[in-house]
Design a protein around this ligand. Structure first.
Ligand SMILES: Cc1ncc(COP(=O)(O)O)c(C=O)c1O
Length: 394
C-alpha cells in the first residue's frame, strides 16, 4: 500500500476522533521512528508516553515472539505461567503495601477499576477530582476528567464527582462529605500542562485522607514506570496511596492497564464484581515482563532523572534566548515548555525537521521521549527547537 492509500483508508473508515498529523509511521527503534518514505524522526512523543523502554526493544520483541508460539489467549479464569511471572515482577516494582492488582487494557480502564473499587470498599459514592485533571474518556474516567470540551456532549456523566483546585488542602477538606469515597489525583498533571504539585500537597493530602477516612487514588498512567526519574512519581514525595493506576508504558508498547491496591482495599472486590476478557492476557504479560526487566536492568528511572535534568537545562538556555518561552518545568523525562502563544506551529516546524513533540493544552510543548533516548539525540532536539523558535520569533 502506498502512503495515499493508507491515509485514504484511515480517513474513510476510522471514526474521526483523532487530530491527525500528516505523517505515516511504519518503523521504530529506540527513540527513533521512520515514516513510510524512510525519513527519520526523534520521537519525543514516545507514542503519548507509551514507549518508555524505546520502540521495539529487542528483549520485548523476543519475549513477544516466544510467547506468540506458546499461547496467545488465556482467560483469567485459568492460571497462566506468563501472567504469574509478570505479576511477581510488577509487585516488586510497586510501593511495598500495594500488593494486589487488577489487570485491564488501558489507562481509562485502570481508572474505572479504581473508581469501582473505591465505591465498593467504602460503601460511599462520591469522588473528588482535581480541576485540570485528565483521567481518560470512558464514562467513569470522563466524569473525573476536567475539560468541558471532552465532557459537555456526553452529559449526564456518572453522578457524585466534584472538582476542586489542586494544591489546596483547605478546599479539598471542605469538599469532603460523609458520602466521599476517594480523592483522585495525578501526582503531576500531564495533559493538563505538566504541572507539578506544591511540595507539601501530596503528603498533606495523604494525611487528610487518613484523617477523614477517605481513600487516596493516584493516577500514574502518564507519570509511572520510570518516566519522572523514580519508578512511580509518588516516590518523589514519599507518599503511598491506597489505590494506584498505571498503563501506557508498562507492557513495552502493548496495551495493559494496571490498578494496584493495598491488599485490604482490594479484598472488597469479590467474584464477579469486575472483569475484562483480556485481563492478564499471556502475550501482553510476556511483553510486560520483558519491559519490567529492561526498566530495572537498564536503570531507566535513574537515566530519566539524569537526562531529564540535562534536557531541562538545555531548554532553560533556550528560554534565556527566546522570551516567548514562559517556563520550562517537569520531572525526569516528563517535561513541559510553556509558551506565550499557541504551540501548533512549533509541533509542525519540529516535525518538518525530524523531531516529533507533543502539546499539552494550547500553549505547552510536551516532551515524553523514550527513556533510552541518547544525550546526542536530546541535543539534536534542542537544536531543532532553536531553529523553529528563531523562525517563529521573526
Ligand atoms: C493521567 C492519565 N490517566 C488516564 C489516561 C487515559 O489513558 P488511556 O488513553 O490509555 O485510556 C491518560 C491518557 O493520556 C492519562 O494521561
Amino acid at each position: 500500500m502506498n502512503e495515499k492509500e493508507i491515509v485514504d483508508i484511515e480517513e474513510k473508515i476510522m471514526a474521526q476522533t483523532f487530530a491527525k498529523r500528516d505523517l505515516t509511521l511504519t518503523r521504530g527503534k529506540g527513540a527513533k521512528v521512520w515514516d513510510i518514505n524512510g525519513n527519520e524522526y526523534i520521537d519525543c512523543t514516545g507514542s503519548y508516553g507509551v514507549a518508555v523502554v524505546g520502540h521495539c526493544h529487542p528483549k520485548v520483541v523476543k519475549a513477544i515472539q516466544m510467547q506468540v508460539e506458546k499461547l496467545i489467549a488465556c482467560h483469567a479464569s485459568f492460571y497462566n505461567d506468563s501472567r504469574s511471572e509478570m505479576l511477581e515482577k510488577l509487585i516488586r516494582l510497586a510501593p511495598k503495601s500495594m500488593d494486589r492488582v487488577f489487570l485491564s487494557n488501558s489507562g481509562a480502564e485502570s481508572v474505572e477499576c479504581a473508581l469501582k473499587l473505591a465505591r465498593k470498599y467504602s460503601g460511599k459514592t462520591d469522588i473528588i477530582a482535581m480541576m485540570g485533571a485528565f483521567h481518560g474518556k470512558t464514562m467513569g474516567a470522563l466524569s473525573a476528567t476536567w475539560k468541558k470540551k471532552y465532557r459537555d456532549a456526553f452529559m449526564p456523566l456518572v453522578p457524585g464527582f466534584k472538582h476542586v483546585p489542586p494544591n489546596n488542602l483547605e478546599k479539598i477538606k471542605a469538599a469532603i462529605t460523609d458520602k466521599t469515597a476517594a480523592v483522585l489525583v495525578e501526582p503531576i498533571r500531564g495533559e493538563g500542562g505538566i504541572l507539578l504539585p506544591s511540595d507539601d500537597f501530596l503528603p498533606g493530602l495523604r494525611e487528610l485522607c487518613y484523617e477523614k477516612d477517605v481513600l487516596l487514588i493516584f493516577d500514574e498512567v502518564q507519570t509511572g514506570f520510570g518516566r519522572t526519574g523514580k519508578v512511580f512519581a509518588c516516590e518523589h514525595w514519599d507518599v503511598v496511596p491506597d489505590i494506584m493506576c498505571l498503563a501506557k508504558s508498562v507492557a513495552g508498547g502493548l496495551p495493559l492497564g494496571v490498578t494496584f491496591a493495598k491488599g485490604g482495599v482490594m479484598a472488597a472486590f469479590q467474584r464477579g464484581d469486575h472483569s475484562s476478557t483480556f485481563s492478564g492476557n499471556p502475550l501482553i504479560c510476556a511483553s510486560a515482563s520483558a519491559a519490567i526487566d529492561v526498566l530495572v536492568e537498564e536503570k531507566l528511572p535513574e537515566r530519566a532523572a539524569t537526562l531529564g535534568a540535562y534536557f531541562k537545562g538545555k531548554l532553560n538556555e533556550l528560554a534565556k534566548k527566546y522570551k516567548v518561552i514562559r517556563e520550562v518545568r517537569g520531572l525526569g523525562l516528563m517535561i513541559g515548555m510553556e509558551m506565550r502563544f499557541d504551540v501548533y506551529n512549533i509541533l509542525l516546524g519540529c516535525m518538518d525537521r525530524g523531531v516529533l513533540v507533543l502539546d499539552a493544552g494550547r500553549n505547552v510543548v510536551r516532551f515524553l521521549p523514550p527513556l533510552v533516548i541518547e544525550k546526542e539525540q536530546i541535543e539534536t532536539v534542542v537544536d531543532v527547537l532553536d531553529e523553529v523558535l528563531e523562525k517563529e520569533n521573526r
